[in-house]
Design a protein around this ligand. Structure first.
Ligand code: 4AD
Ligand code: MG
Length: 463
C-alpha cells in the first residue's frame, strides 16, 4: 500500500494514531540512553518527520547501523506529542526496515550546505536537498496557478508544435533538427539537399509557440500554450537557458493596454497564490537565499505596476546620473543593468515598458503611426529584469508583408501566418512569460540553473 505522506502527517495527525511512512533519511542521532532519532524526508514538504526508535524495536541493533543519510526506510509507528522544540509531533517507531542502503563512504550529500555549483554536478541527487526540493514544490505550485488563471477565464489550453519550420522571433537562434548523416555529409563537398531530410526541408526546435497560438486565437478565441522552448543563444548568464518553459496567451480583440492589464494581473495572481500555498518553502528562501524576498513579493502583490514608454525610459536612464557599463541610446535594446535600475533602484516595483523601436523588435509586432515604434511591451521585475515580453500583433496584411521583407525574411515562408490577415483579420495581442524567471522571482534563487530540474546551457546537457 502507498504510504501516508509526511506533509499530511505533520498537518493532520493526532497523538496515538498509527502510520506507516516511507522516505529517505536526512540524519540519524543516537542517544547515549539507548535510542535513536531519525529525521525522515519524503519530499512532500520542507519539514522532516522526527522518528524515535527505542532499542527494544525488533532488530534495532542490526537495522540502525544501516540507517544512514540517504538510505530509504519503511517505518511503522505511533504519533506522540513531541517534547522537543521545532516539531508538534513525532513518530514513535514500532517497526523499522531499510529499503535501500546508502553507503556513507560514497553518498555525496553527507554534509549540509553544499554549493549550488556542486549540486548541479549531481543533478540526479540534488532534489533531495532542502533548497532544490523547495524549488520543485514552488515550481509545481506556479505551474498549477498558471493553468488556473487561464482556465478560470475561459482560455483554451492548446499544444503548439516543438518542431517547426519558421523562426518566430526572427533572431536565428534555433537548434536544427535533422536525421541527415552529418559526419558523412561533412566529407562531401556538395551542397546539402534538404529535400532528403526527414521533413523534406530544414526544421528546427521552436523558440516560441506564438505563431501557432495566433492561428487558434483567431478561430477558437482566447487561448494559451505552455511548453518547452529552445534557444541556441550563446549567453552564459544567470537568466538564460537553452531549453526553458514558456507560457504564451494569445487573445483576439485585445489591444496593447488590454494585454498589459492581463499580464499584470497574471503576475500578481501567481505571486499571491505562491504566498498562500507555499508559506514554509518561501520562509526557507527568505531565511537562506534572500532576506528581502517576502517584502518584494508582498509589494508585487499589492501595488500597481508602473507603465511608461521605451522613449520615456531612455530619457529617464540618460538623466539618472547613473553610470552604466553599456551606454543608453534611443534605438538600442536595454540591457539587464538598465532594466534592473528602473525596477530595483528608481521605481522599486515592477515596470511595464511599451512602444519600443521597431528596428529592435520582431516582424509580427504592430507598427505605430509614428513610423519608428511598435506596440511591444516588456514587464520588468526586481532582481530579474525582463520576465514577460509581448505585443499587439500586426493585423494589416500589407504592413505585415512589408515588415517581413524589412526584417530580411521571405513572406512565402510565412504564407499561412499571412493568410490570417487575408481572411477575417482582427486586432489581437499576446505575451510570453518565462516560467523559470517566474520561479526565480518567487524563490529568490540567483541562478536560473537552480530552478529547472535539468538545466541545458552551452556545454551542458548531461542527465
Ligand atoms: O521576449 P520573448 O523572446 O518573447 C517571445 O518569445 C514572444 N513570442 C512571446 C509572445 O508574445 N507570445 O520571450 C518571452 C519570455 C521572456 O520575457 C523571458 O521571460 C523568457 O521568455 N525567456 C527566457 N527564459 C530563459 N532563458 C532564455 N534564453 C529566455 N529567453 C526568453
Ligand atoms: Mg523579450
Amino acid at each position: 500500500m502507498p504510504p501516508i505522506r509526511v506533509a499530511s502527517i505533520l498537518k493532520n495527525a493526532c497523538p496515538d494514531e498509527c502510520f506507516t511512512v516511507k522516505g529517505w533519511v536526512r540524519t540519524r542521532r543516537d542517544s547515549r540512553r539507548g535510542f535513536s532519532f531519525i529525521e525522515l524526508n519524503d519530499g512532500s514538504c520542507l519539514k522532516n518527520l522526527q522518528i524515535i526508535v527505542d532499542a527494544d524495536v525488533p532488530g534495532y541493533a542490526d537495522v540502525i547501523r544501516r540507517v544512514t543519510t540517504g538510505a530509504s526506510l519503511e517505518v511503522e509507528g505511533v504519533i506522540r506529542e513531541s517534547p522537543g522544540r521545532g516539531q508538534r509531533i513525532e513518530l514513535q517507531a514500532t517497526a523499522l526496515s531499510v529499503i535501500g542502503d546508502a553507503d556513507p563512504a560514497e553518498y555525496p550529500l553527507q554534509k549540509k550546505g553544499h554549493r549550488f555549483e556542486f549540486l548541479r554536478e549531481i543533478a540526479h541527487l540534488r532534489p533531495r536537498t532542502n533548497s532544490i526540493g523547495a524549488v520543485s514544490r514552488v515550481r509545481n505550485a506556479i505551474s498549477a496557478s498558471i493553468h488556473r488563471f487561464f482556465q478560470s477565464r475561459g482560455f483554451l489550453y492548446i499544444h503548439t508544435p516543438i518542431i517547426t519550420a519558421s523562426d518566430c522571433e526572427g533572431a536565428g537562434e534555433q537548434f536544427q533538427v535533422t536525421t541527415l548523416d552529418l559526419p558523412r555529409l561533412a566529407q562531401q563537398t556538395t551542397q546539402i539537399d534538404w529535400s532528403r531530410d526527414f521533413f523534406g526541408r530544414p526544421a528546427w526546435l521552436t523558440v516560441s509557440g506564438q505563431l501557432e497560438a495566433e492561428v487558434y486565437a483567431t478561430s477558437v478565441g482566447d487561448c494559451y500554450t505552455f511548453g518547452p522552448t529552445f534557444r541556441a543563444e550563446n549567453s552564459n548568464t544567470a537568466r538564460h537557458l537553452a531549453e526553458f518553459w514558456m507560457v504564451e496567451p494569445e487573445m483576439p480583440f485585445y489591444e496593447l493596454q488590454d494585454n498589459i492589464d492581463l499580464a499584470e494581473s497574471f503576475i500578481r495572481t501567481i505571486v499571491s497564490d505562491a504566498l498562500e500555498q507555499c508559506p514554509d518553502d518561501l520562509d526557507f528562501f527568505q531565511q537562506r537565499i534572500d532576506s528581502s524576498l517576502l517584502d518584494t513579493l508582498e509589494q508585487i502583490r499589492s501595488s500597481d505596476f508602473v507603465r511608461l514608454t521605451y522613449t520615456e525610459a531612455v530619457d529617464l536612464l540618460q538623466n539618472s546620473g547613473q553610470e552604466f557599463e553599456y551606454p543608453v541610446s534611443w534605438g538600442r535594446d536595454l540591457q539587464s543593468e538598465h532594466e534592473r535600475f528602473l525596477t530595483e533602484t528608481h521605481f522599486r516595483q515592477p515596470v511595464v515598458l511599451y512602444d519600443y523601436p521597431r528596428s529592435i523588435k520582431p516582424f509580427y509586432m504592430r507598427c505605430n503611426d509614428d513610423g519608428r515604434t511598435v506596440r511591444a511591451m516588456d514587464v520588468l521585475v526586481p532582481r530579474i529584469g525582463e520576465i514577460i515580453g509581448g505585443s499587439q500583433r500586426e493585423e494589416r496584411l500589407d504592413v505585415l508583408v512589408s515588415r517581413i521583407e524589412e526584417c530580411g525574411m521571405n513572406p512565402e515562408d510565412y504564407w499561412w501566418y499571412i493568410d490570417l490577415r487575408r481572411f477575417g483579420t482582427v486586432p489581437h495581442s499576446g505575451f510570453g512569460l518565462g516560467l523559470e524567471r517566474m520561479v526565480q522571482l518567487v524563490t529568490g534563487m540567483a541562478n536560473i540553473r537552480e530552478v529547472i530540474p535539468f538545466p541545458r546551457t552551452p556545454g551542458h546537457a548531461e542527465f
